[in-house]
Design a protein. Sequence first.
Length: 301
Amino acid sequence: MLKKTVLSILIGMFLVLMISVSVTADSESESLDDDVGDVVDIDTGETVSGIKDIDITKLTYARTNKDIDIEVEFADIIEESPEISIIVELQTNDYYYYIFLADSGSGFESFGLYSDLEDESMGDLFQSDYEGFGTNKITFSFELIDKYEEYKTISVTSSKITDTSEYMDQAPEITLDITIDSPTTGKVGENIEFYGNAEGGSGEYFWAWYFTNEVEAESEEQNPTFIYEEPGTYVITLEVFDKANILGSVSSVNTTITISNATVVPDNPSDDEGSSLILFIVIIAVIVIAGIAALVYISRR
């Protein structure tokens, strides 16, 4: 009888343990506050305090096993409008997740892309749901690839395009400290070296150099070289963004260089050959003179 009682107790304890394990969820959460009134006019770079419907004030990240909820809170009610778009970027220890919410022309749609941290290209699409238009909070919901992923960073970019301007807010605001190390003068035809430096962000940077007035980047290397074909003063722009913020704002810095019309003259190999020939003739002449002097000396004796 005692054995049956003990066995029953052990079985009961085992069932209770299994039930408690099954209902215990792996979860984590993060909350980030953002300044009010920090919406930026893209055209002028100035802060605009009157644009409140895309002014992000708070981000909340919550995970339960593989289920993710990201709540974006704004300073005012945000309405469903073709002017508005939102981009959410989440980085875990294994993946990048990008969620786009915008008007596709037939209504608002939300879709996501994910990529492996070791993969430079975008990965597959994944399903993302959203709700909250007509309130001051938009919530995005989706599933992680692996429930054991760990939270690293999150960033949300909201934008609004009107007939006259484009506005943007980003939370948290990611700024990169960028510097250019380059000469201030140069010559037409000279191979000029430029060095780019960046600090902040995720530490994995993408570079875009503009040496003239070209619209497209003229180099995507960190430390490029460039040859100017015309004299003048040029504005050099370096734009940098990091992988974690690939869809957000770009940080940039400018400098100038003055190119003179004095063309760089390459070394002439014939000059070296001429110098060598002269030296050879001088040596032969010395040897001949020394030989003649020796003969004269011997004949006189």
